[in-house]
Ligand binder design. Structure first.
Ligand code: RB5
Length: 149
């Protein structure tokens, strides 16, 4: 498991309800959750919310983060623009485990218009309960970092 069970969450307007459900579930698993919103359902712009959560992870304040939007794609793209962030969109539990085990993902993205709440919570649990395997995968993750410069 990561050094500390602290996690930051954000979303756009399309995923507020799912984000709140994820937030409550992750807290029930013993994680300290910082949900940075948005709190109200007005239309907003996913890049700023993806960036906001990603910067909190990239700074080292949180070892992991979860972002959500309608598809999970746009907010993932924004998060991945922050140096040091490895964020993957997952719609299945196998991928959620593998982005931790092989890619050392430090952020998970979920599409609220793609998966239902029950599956989303299982995806989150798979992500949180899987360790990075290191070894040859470490070499490959370092190669990703080298691309960032
Ligand atoms: C908002 O309508 C939608 O475009 C957004 O939530 C997300 O799906 C973008 O990738």
């Amino acid at each position: 498991m990561t050094d500390s069970k602290r996690i930051v969450l954000s979303s756009d307007h399309a995923a507020i309800e799912l984000r709140q459900a994820v937030s409550a579930h992750v807290a029930s698993l013993g994680w300290e959750v910082e949900d940075i919103g948005p709190a109200t359902p007005e239309s907003t712009h996913y890049p700023k919310h993806g960036e906001a959560a990603a910067r909190r992870v990239a700074s080292g304040e949180f070892p992991l983060g979860i972002v959500l939007c309608g598809t999970g794609q746009g907010i993932m793209m924004a998060a991945n623009k922050v140096k040091g962030i490895r964020c993957g969109v997952c719609s299945d539990t196998f991928s959620a485990k593998m982005i931790r085990a092989h890619n050392n993902a430090n952020m998970l993205s979920i599409g609220a218009r793609v998966v239902g709440e029950g599956l989303a919570l299982e995806i989150v649990e798979a992500f949180l309960s899987t360790e990075f395997e290191g070894g040859r995968h470490g070499t490959r993750v370092e190669m990703i970092s080298e691309i960032e410069g």
